[in-house]
Design a protein around this ligand. Structure first.
Ligand code: FPP
Length: 261
């Protein structure tokens, strides 16, 4: 991934006490960062606001996370925006989220053009309201030729459903004689997930202190480093992002092997 180091230094110039971009090894920035954006409701409730206002504030934090990822030279940023379980929320909150997805995407298209960001979606989009689906398709079409960072939004996403869908596709291809059962290996499954062609996440960030995966990327997170922060999603800044990367670089990733000296 191409990175403009001057732009990055300017972006991180006003560092708070004890935190510095100089402590980050720019040669070891994770390729794929994934985020479970959690705590919007609590952020709003703590301010005496409707939960939905937390999602509105969450959009600003998401825009900052996209910009930060681009500045850092991350190849893929993926975020969990709406799970298959989130339909159980009050109807007005679901409606607001669907509206927010559509309006935000339209509003942010210039940013995606300017930063050469390619949009992707993980999840079953067929169940979304038509307006949201149309805007998502527009986002996909308009950014398809972009060669910079991939920004993937998981919407109506559930990992078990994703794996079942891949299994169904494998079964269909075997039944149709397009694939031999002996060729059904890890690669065959990976290639049929929403994340096909993308590297697995190196780092998963979850906000609001929860220690759960919530049916998110269960297959893809097999060797991913986890970073949990107490910050609620609307409060998550480029500084929290930097803290996460510094923690990531302090870990030793062994992928089941031994530490090499
Ligand atoms: C989790 O917080 C957040 C969500 C389910 C929605 C995430 C959506 C956004 C940040 C808006 C993003 C907009 C676009 C365009 C993708 P929660 O509601 O579960 O918070 P809680 O745990 O405090 O109740």
């Amino acid at each position: 991934m191409q990175r403009d180091d001057d732009k990055l230094r300017a972006y991180y110039a006003d560092a708070p006490e004890g935190l510095s971009l100089d402590d980050l090894d720019l040669e070891r920035v994770p390729r794929h960062v994934s985020i479970i954006m959690d705590g919007n409701g609590r952020w709003a409730t703590a301010r005496g606001l409707d939960r939905s206002m937390g999602h509105v504030a969450g959009v600003d934090a998401l825009r900052e996370a996209v910009t930060t990822s681009v500045r850092l030279g991350v190849d893929v940023l993926s975020v969990y925006a709406f799970s298959t379980e989130n339909w159980r929320r009050p109807q007005h909150e679901v409606d607001l989220l669907m509206h927010l997805f559509a309006t935000t995407l339209v509003k942010e298209l210039p940013l995606f053009h300017q930063e050469n960001v390619r949009l992707l979606f993980f999840g079953d989009l067929t169940a979304l309201p038509e307006k949201t689906r149309v805007v998502f398709q527009q986002g996909l079409d308009e950014t398809a030729d972009h060669t910079g960072m991939v920004f993937a939004l998981a919407v109506n996403y559930g990992s078990r459903a994703e794996i079942a869908r891949a299994a169904r596709e494998v079964a269909r291809e075997v039944a149709a004689g397009e694939l031999s059962w002996e060729d059904v290996d890890e690669r065959a499954v990976s290639d049929r997930l929403y994340t096909a062609g993308l590297p697995d996440p190196d780092l998963l960030i979850r906000t609001s202190g929860e220690l759960r995966l919530s049916n998110y990327l269960l297959w893809q997170l097999a060797y991913t480093e986890f970073y949990v922060t107490d910050a609620l999603w609307p409060d998550f800044t480029k500084w929290d992002y930097l803290r996460a990367l510094l923690a990531f670089q302090g870990r030793s990733r062994r992928f089941g092997g031994v530490v090499r000296s």
